[in-house]
Design a protein around this ligand. Structure first.
Ligand SMILES: C[S@@+](CC[C@H](N)C(=O)[O-])C[C@H]1O[C@@H](n2cnc3c(N)ncnc32)[C@H](O)[C@@H]1O
Length: 447
């Protein structure tokens, strides 16, 4: 990922933008790949060809800079403070009221028809959709009539995407509005019981995951699990990188080296990550550990996998705040540690250690945060968005490489990071940890 600071001159930025746009355009044209567009049938994702990713990153960075310069410093703040909340609010309305479903994929619908289909006031629908069209979500093809764009088609066609958007617009928006209140009420404690989410939902002594375990909140839990499934399938949805950068799929860990060994996926959700590893590695066996409701949902959802995959994946209800009960070759945690404070993570790690065999590994897939000002601004913003999200939802945080080192030392001085991989262009890395039972320095090596 490029780390250079963009030149400040509008003219220079425009020149750079033209050069990068030409590189991308020519590559797509000569390879017969459709050009990016906003219309309904345009590609839903920017092409993933490795050859153009450098130009794409530079284009995004330069385009953002030229936009910021053209808007100007003060208007940059005022316009953003006016608009940013409504970007989320309209997505909330679209997903809550199924507005994408109210417009036929290949036709058009009037505001009146959409209102009737979704049982809403026509004026409300009109104003929400007209706002959305300013972000290329729906298009008003002629006055009063709406057709799909690529973005609204993506919402229509992908129910996991709808869950992703709804979580961010519902839980995300209400918690974000309470960040100051949580800070004023509790101070910045990092406790999972003292978050903005807790304030927004009136929780006392209960964290977000506990809240979603309540019988009347199961719909929320299901939606959260689907949101995680969406993220797993679309890493670029939160980090602006391509599948090739996924540390699970790019060989950062040698899954075949454990043979038919056991991988325990702690906080493994619906088992979708184990399924993705199992599809690519025929031997390892998997045990998904999660909270009761997630486990029962996972058992159903894994049924859609092929026999060779699902036969190697089982589920067990398990609480990672209690001691681990299973001896395994790999204790795997993806997007689990970033949910918790250092104290919380240390507790989870300590609970694993007594069950580790001499060659067992703890394998963590999580963000490895860039140092400030070392990556393009937009990507830094995405990383810091996730960091603040962890803070407000569960008291967690994203960590730099050094933070991960310090965390292991804090949990147990015998825990050694034997490998930390961060694929170029990704914010998600893989951290492989061994337990050194000797007092001498650990001699790092592969399994
Ligand atoms: C952010 S999600 C990550 C899911 C999955 N690993 C992935 O990468 O998509 C965190 C997971 O931790 C689970 N979890 C939360 N508290 C837990 C606990 N006390 N014990 C076990 N799992 C827990 C949640 O139910 C959720 O599935």
């Amino acid at each position: 990922m490029a780390t250079s600071t963009p030149p400040p001159s509008i003219l220079q930025l425009a020149t750079d933008i033209l050069a990068h746009a030409k590189t991308i355009h020519q590559h797509l044209e000569s390879n017969g790949i459709p050009q990016p567009g906003f219309d309904r049938d345009s590609p839903l994702h920017f092409p993933s060809d490795a050859e153009i990713q450098g130009s794409r990153m530079a284009l995004i960075e330069a385009a953002k800079a030229i936009y910021d310069l053209a808007v100007g410093p003060t208007n940059g703040i005022t316009w953003s403070s006016l608009t940013s909340k409504f970007e989320t609010v309209v997505l909330r309305a679209i997903t809550t009221y199924n507005l994408a479903e109210a417009v036929p994929l290949h036709g058009e619908a009037s505001f009146a028809q959409i209102a009737a289909a979704s049982n809403l006031h026509e004026d409300f629908v009109t104003r929400i959709i007209r706002y959305a069209t300013t972000s290329h979500i729906f298009k008003e093809s002629r006055p009063g009539w709406v057709i799909h764009t690529a973005a609204s088609r993506a919402i229509l066609e992908d129910h996991l995407l709808r869950s992703f958007l709804a979580i961010n617009a519902d839980e995300g928006l209400s918690a974000a509005a309470k960040i100051n209140e949580a800070n004023d009420k509790y101070g910045h404690t990092g406790s999972r019981y003292e978050t903005a989410f807790c304030v927004a939902n009136g929780l006392e002594g209960e964290d977000m995951f506990g809240f979603m375990e309540r019988p009347d909140q199961q719909w929320r839990k299901k939606r959260f699990a689907e949101c995680m499934q969406y993220r797993a399938k679309n890493e670029e949805s939160t980090s602006a990188v391509n599948k090739e950068c996924d540390p699970l799929l790019n060989g950062s860990f040698d899954w075949d080296a454990i043979g038919e060994g056991l991988v325990v996926d702690i906080g493994g959700g619906l088992g979708h990550i184990c399924a993705s590893i199992a599809r690519n590695h025929p031997k390892p066996r998997f045990l998904v550990q999660d909270l009761a409701s997630v486990v029962s949902q996972g058992k159903t959802s894994i049924e859609s996998e092929e026999e060779s995959v699902k036969s190697r994946i089982s589920f067990i209800e398990s609480d990672f705040w209690s001691p681990q009960t299973v001896e395994a070759d790999v204790y795997f945690m993806r997007l689990v540690m970033h949910d918790w404070s250092d104290e919380g993570c240390a507790k989870i790690l300590k609970n694993i250690i007594p069950k580790m065999k001499p060659n067992s590994r703890i394998v963590i897939v999580d963000a490895i945060l860039a140092e400030a000002n070392t990556i393009p601004k937009l990507f830094e913003k995405l990383q810091r968005t996730l960091d603040l999200s962890m803070m407000m939802l569960v008291g967690g945080k994203e960590r730099t490489g050094q933070d991960w080192e310090l965390l292991m030392r804090k949990a147990d001085p015998r825990l050694r990071i034997v490998k930390m991989s961060l694929p170029p262009g990704s914010q998600f890395g893989l951290i492989e940890v061994a337990l050194d039972r000797r007092s001498a320095p650990f001699l790092s090596g592969k399994l």
